[in-house]
Design a protein around this ligand. Structure first.
Ligand code: 13P
Ligand code: SF4
Length: 313
């Protein structure tokens, strides 16, 4: 009975997708059923490219709000819907636009070159010189003007990882992802001891103490290639739990172990997990909730987005 209902939901979503000429884009942290029905599953960078290049009329964005907002920034003619409007992000919340604006005004004499991690609002993007994702942050920082100090917002952990990789000094905004900071040195050390042959693959939003235990630190997309090409058979994946769905589907010959946090056996982002198949269905049916960006903000946010897309080709 339940299986039939789920099947009907899936076929109804596919029917609506066709009727609306919609494309379903999903982040790697989405639940399995959403990843399975999506036209494209990827990291923030891949999703930004797909959103820009699509010729669909509707983008059903299964991820968090800043990702859907990014789709609207790069492709304003499209209707962008998100299954749950409350799918926020702790990093976005840690750097409100007015606060960054006030900081930049108070420090105008520094003439900062501002690089914003894509996990921020359109209002913050509009105040920046260039955007980056975890997949291209090193490249973007290396391409920054050498004669200006860099302010990196909002993730201090990604920022400090980029400093380690590039040797470039940057001032860091003190934001963090509430999910990734829950992994601890002790929780990762303990799981490593249980699986001595396993490699540790961690997202750069993790703290320095956790990154130090990793064999590889990379974006969610790069995790796929790393695990596929590594000689190891077992991997401890230190990021949000949804990533395991994609790894298990695309690299079936390897074994993936969820990195435990200090509190539980794996890590769920409560925002990513707000999206469900039923809400995706309703979003396609009603074309609501829609993601909109005020045109003035959108135009200003587009410039650093396009700079990023150009630089990371
Ligand atoms: P990726 O771009 O690596 O997928 O990261 C997005 C994110 O929200 C990580 O928490
Ligand atoms: Fe934001 Fe962290 Fe969730 Fe990624 S995992 S969407 S950074 S709260």
């Amino acid at each position: 009975m339940v299986a039939t209902a789920a099947f009907n939901l899936r076929s109804e979503i596919l029917r609506l997708k066709k009727e609306r000429n919609a494309v379903i884009l999903a982040h790697n942290y989405q639940v399995k059923e959403i990843q399975e029905i999506a036209d494209y599953v990827g990291d923030s960078l891949g999703l930004a490219y797909k959103a820009k290049d699509t010729d669909a009329d509707v983008i059903a964005f299964c991820g968090v709000h800043f990702m859907a907002e990014t789709a609207k920034i790069v492709n304003p003619e499209k209707t962008v819907v998100i299954p749950d409007m409350n799918a926020g992000c702790s990093l976005e919340q840690s750097c409100p636009g007015p606060q960054l604006d006030a900081f930049l005004k108070a420090n105008a004499s520094k003439n900062y070159y501002v690089i914003a991690y894509i996990n921020c609002s359109a209002a913050v993007k509009a105040l920046c010189d260039c955007i980056c994702t975890s997949g291209n942050a090193v490249k973007i920082v290396e391409a920054a003007p050498k004669d200006r100090p860099i302010l990196f917002v909002p993730d201090q952990n990604l920022g400090s990882w980029v400093i380690e990789q590039t040797g470039r000094k940057m001032d860091l905004w003190k934001g963090a992802c509430y999910v990734h900071v829950e992994f601890t040195r002790d929780s990762i050390q303990a799981i490593k001891e249980k699986h001595p042959g396993a490699e540790v693959v961690a997202h750069p939003e993790c703290t320095y103490a956790v990154r130090m235990l990793a064999d590889e630190v990379c974006s969610t997309e790069k995790m796929i290639g790393y695990c596929r090409n590594s000689k190891a058979k077992d991997f401890i994946i230190v990021t949000e739990s949804g990533m395991l769905n994609r790894l298990e589907r695309e690299v079936p010959e390897k074994n993936f172990i969820a990195g435990p946090t200090g509190h539980c056996l794996c890590a769920d982002c409560r925002y990513m997990k707000l999206n469900t198949l039923a809400k995706l269905h309703d979003a396609l049916l009603n074309l609501e909730p829609r993601v909109e960006v005020p045109e003035e903000t959108r135009k200003r946010a587009l410039k650093p987005m396009l700079r990023m897309l150009e630089l990371s080709k």
